[in-house]
Ligand binder design. Structure first.
Ligand SMILES: [Zn+2]
Ligand SMILES: [Zn+2]
Length: 245
């Protein structure tokens, strides 16, 4: 009886979605795509490039040509990281950026099944059973109030459902509302966010998977990983949906 009601409610919700969004790809609006496909059609999905080896073993930056499994890129050789490794599911390109920006800033939640599938498809098998906790990169409370939406929290929940690793939303908080990172170079980005996070929980050596939507210079995730280590976390690894240079 209960199951029937739940099933019915789900079907009703899907019909509801269907009323607002016909089965059309929301990226190109030229091909068929269903709610289950995250409203992203076959042709647009082909534009998403999943990251496969070889990549830098620290920061996950894809590299061309044959390299050893422990290859570390030039910029990682001179940077001190608070995480053991960072990985992205797909390369940053116009298609994935468009999907993420609309999900993040316009609450295009219909893209979530696609983003979740992309992240969990790549991260799930790689994480295995070695990790205890998933932590999303927190937004500053003011920004969260404005946006009413933290994409990293939602993606962390999706990864948790797929892997069974619990989420902790309160391990760290953002104490400084940093100015936009987009117009700053690498060194300025790092300085801009260095102390942006503070530990807020007492961890006992849990091995943490830090989740965000996009990874570019690693400065934000590195600052957050530092706060988690201060909170008492064991090793921290980073997983994001997209990885840019
Ligand atoms: Zn399309
Ligand atoms: Zn690297």
């Amino acid at each position: 009886m209960f199951e029937a009601i739940k099933g019915g409610a789900r079907a009703f919700a899907e019909i509801g979605l269907g009323l607002f969004y016909p089965n059309v790809c929301q990226l190109c609006r030229e091909e068929r795509a269903t709610a289950k496909q995250g409203y992203l059609g076959i042709e647009c999905r082909k534009k998403i490039q999943r990251i496969e080896p070889p990549f830098c073993s620290r920061c996950g930056l894809p590299v061309e040509g044959a390299v050893t499994t422990n290859f570390v890129c030039a910029s990682c050789r001179e940077t001190e990281f608070h995480f053991v490794s960072a990985r992205g599911a797909a390369r940053v390109n116009t298609a994935i950026l468009e999907v993420i920006h609309r999900y993040k800033y316009q609450r295009a939640l219909y893209f979530e099944p696609f983003l979740a599938e992309l992240l969990t498809g790549q991260a799930g098998p790689a994480l295995g059973t070695e990790w205890d906790l998933i932590v999303p990169v927190p937004l500053h409370p003011v920004k969260k109030r404005e946006r009413e939406f933290n994409q990293a929290e939602r993606l962390a929940e999706c990864l948790s459902r797929a892997t069974g690793i619990p989420v902790n939303h309160h391990a760290a908080r953002r104490v400084i509302q940093t100015e936009s990172q987009t117009r700053l170079d690498r060194a300025h980005r790092a300085a801009n966010v260095r102390n942006a996070f503070a530990p807020t929980a007492k961890l006992n050596g849990e091995r943490v998977v830090l989740v965000d939507d996009i990874l570019t210079t690693c400065s934000t995730t590195n600052a957050c990983a530092k706060a988690l280590r201060m909170a008492g976390a064991g090793p921290v690894c980073v997983w994001t949906v997209a990885r840019g240079a």
